[in-house]
Design a binder for this molecule. Structure first.
Ligand SMILES: [Zn+2]
Length: 184
């Protein structure tokens, strides 16, 4: 390990945007890796709002039965809620699934195991490293999808920023815009 690396640990229950914002307020944070996953979707929205408020990038990753997902959101580009709004408009299946899992406890339904976590950790580290040493190389929010069948990258795409995203345009990021307002 690099002996100059300093780690600070917080033992804290996170129950909303403010709890994350308080940590970002007290420290000089350059990037956030979101590892919260319960309650489902809501935790990503909390981190998204806090990152928007503090203008720092957010990275997160997840595992489903068929796919691994890595995604990175940059300040001023598409945010997590832009993606929820766009995907809900494009796909009724996505929207129904989102409503069904929104706020649920996903802690006992996790389908990840060590190889998947290793791969996604590699993506996280790779893009954090790239962001710091060559910031111009990542200009838009984007995602990778990796197949769990053969562990190959099957899709890399930029997320589109929505000019009408209520969260990007909110002047009170301490509060989440309701899901109904976001997807209807
Ligand atoms: Zn947005």
């Amino acid at each position: 390990m690099n002996p100059e690396v300093q780690c600070k640990f917080y033992e804290k229950k996170v129950e909303g945007v403010e709890d994350i914002s308080k940590i970002l307020d007290t420290d000089d944070v350059d990037i956030v890796v979101n590892g919260l996953d319960s309650p489902s979707v809501i935790t990503s929205r909390w981190v998204n709002n806090a990152c928007l408020e503090h203008e720092v990038p957010m990275i997160q990753a997840g595992v489903s039965r068929a796919e691994l997902l890595f995604e990175m959101f940059l300040p001023g580009e598409a945010c997590f809620d832009c993606v929820i709004a766009s995907s809900s408009l494009k796909s009724q299946y996505y929207k129904n699934n989102l409503v069904a899992i929104y706020g649920s406890d996903s802690s006992m339904q996790n389908v990840s195991y060590a190889p998947y976590i290793n791969i996604l950790s590699g993506y996280v580290t790779h893009y954090m490293f790239n962001y710091f040493i060559n910031p111009g190389s990542i200009r838009h929010s984007f995602y990778h999808i990796i197949s769990t069948k053969n562990l190959t990258n099957i899709l890399t795409k930029e997320y589109e920023k929505r000019p009408d995203c209520p969260t990007c345009n909110s002047d009170n990021l301490d509060q989440l815009i309701s899901l109904e307002k976001l997807i209807d």
